[in-house]
Write a protein that binds this ligand. Structure first.
Ligand code: SF4
Ligand code: SF4
Length: 421
């Protein structure tokens, strides 16, 4: 790594140190309570995985350059020099052992938002060349091809034809004037193609006009995951440009927690202006249609179902009751995990960890927290509403020899749509 990229990384950090970061670092009392909320620390007992410790190089920079005491300490040689080797060492802590799930922020007595700072710290890491290869490649594919997994529209077209044949319904593409632009995630298209069929049937029943776009079909924002605002902005702009071109009033984020927070909360700040449309997670809308009576279902599942709340949806966006109201509609034997909603435990795969092959073993270790939670309620099936969480749940359960099927909530609702007429 050359001196130039190291300096570029430090400059990126200097630009990221804002009032909240300064307030958070100066108020931390080093109590370590945040460690008790982090699945990576809890399941390994490794002190390096204490949330606030993952930010130590950024904290050093803040202290050494933004505080008088820190400047004196540094001049007297009482504070370690930040080096490129140090950044290389912290790369795994910032990318492999943090999903930016925000659970640590919920328990910190000072309200320190560690996830907010990890997001900022990644800006400097990527600028200095210290980001995992898997995430670098995903980001490049997202910019060049339009999907972090390199999936092209023609692959989606095959899915579209399949769903149209199966449902007898037309899937609109590039439809100017539709009310809703629907985004999908590559992981969903590849792993859970049934999602497209489910939304097609639900939209048909509630009678909305909607469209996919051949130019902006991807919801995932690899730029947010790797910590590059430049890439994140380009990916948001792609969706905004198409939404404006089509004149839609709403954009629907799919069953992907991260994609939802990226487009809904980070997006307007990234492009520096408000959107001329609204953004919803698909579950928010389905619940609205339930409340208004547009969504009509019949029958209920009778097996014991539990639910995993995606961090980005529940903790970070407050979407908690909607999915439970929908479960009430279609399940008669639903039991919540003991810690759920805002305090639910992360599955261990978000924040780009799922695209980081190097983190595979650690990801499965972190999953042990979710496994323990699941064992407490002994469900027959698990429902969730994020393709990344769902993949991690499926892989984790298989890894630990637990035969519990996982299902997406949108599909579950579609299975209970009342028949026409
Ligand atoms: S819980 Fe808060 S105050 Fe305590 S060490 Fe963690 S970040 Fe610092
Ligand atoms: S955001 Fe989540 S994964 Fe990251 S340090 Fe905090 S609790 Fe751990």
């Amino acid at each position: 790594m050359n001196e130039l990229s190291f300096e570029r990384g430090l400059n990126a950090w200097r630009a990221e140190i804002d009032a909240p970061v300064a307030a958070f670092f100066s108020s931390c009392v080093h109590c370590g309570i945040c460690a008790t909320a982090c699945p990576f620390y809890v399941e390994t007992g490794d002190p390096r995985y204490t949330p606030i410790h993952k930010l130590e190089p950024l904290r050093l920079l803040w202290e050494q350059e933004f505080t008088l005491w820190g400047r004196i300490k540094h001049a007297l040689g009482l504070s370690p020099q930040i080096t490129d080797e140090m950044l290389a060492k912290w790369e795994k802590l910032l990318y492999d052992s943090c999903t930016m799930c925000g659970r640590c922020s919920m328990v910190c007595p000072l309200g320190i938002d560690v996830a907010y700072m990890v997001r900022k710290a990644r800006e400097g890491m990527v600028a200095s060349g210290h980001a995992p290869e898997g995430l670098i490649n995903a980001s490049l594919r997202a910019v060049r091809i339009g999907s972090p997994m390199g999936l092209k529209f023609k692959t989606l077209q095959v899915q579209i034809q399949h769903v149209e044949k199966h449902t007898g319904l037309k899937i609109p593409v590039d439809q100017v004037g539709a009310e809703y632009l629907v985004l999908l995630s590559s992981m969903e298209i590849i792993n859970f193609p049934e999602y497209l069929g489910a939304i097609t049937r639900i939209f048909d029943q509630v009678g909305i006009t909607w469209t996919l776009s051949s130019e902006a079909y991807e919801a995932t924002n690899a730029g947010v995951q790797i910590g590059s605002s430049d890439i994140a902005r380009q990916l948001v702009e792609r969706v905004v440009k198409i939404a404006e071109k089509l004149g839609v009033k709403n954009v629907i984020s799919p069953e992907c927690g991260h994609a939802y927070t990226a487009i809904r909360w980070e997006g307007p700040n990234l492009i520096g202006r408000p959107y001329p449309f609204r953004v919803f997670h698909v579950i928010e809308l389905i619940d609205q249609w339930r409340a208004s009576g547009k969504l009509k279902t019949e029958g209920k599942e009778s097996d014991r179902l539990t639910m995993h709340d995606p961090c980005n949806l529940a903790r970070k966006s407050g979407v908690i009751q909607q999915q439970r109201q929908l479960m009430d509609l279609v399940a008669e034997n639903f039991v919540d995990l003991k810690e759920h909603g805002r305090l639910q435990w992360c599955c261990g795969a978000g924040g780009g960890v799922s695209s980081n092959e190097r983190a595979e073993e650690l990801k499965m270790t972190a999953f042990k927290r979710k496994k323990a939670q699941i064992e407490e309620v002994s469900p027959e099936r698990i429902v969730t509403m994020c393709a990344t969480c769902r993949t991690q749940l499926e892989e984790g359960l298989e890894h630990y020899n637990m035969e519990i099927p996982v299902v997406g909530l949108t599909e579950l609702i579609a299975e209970h749509l009342a028949s026409k007429g």
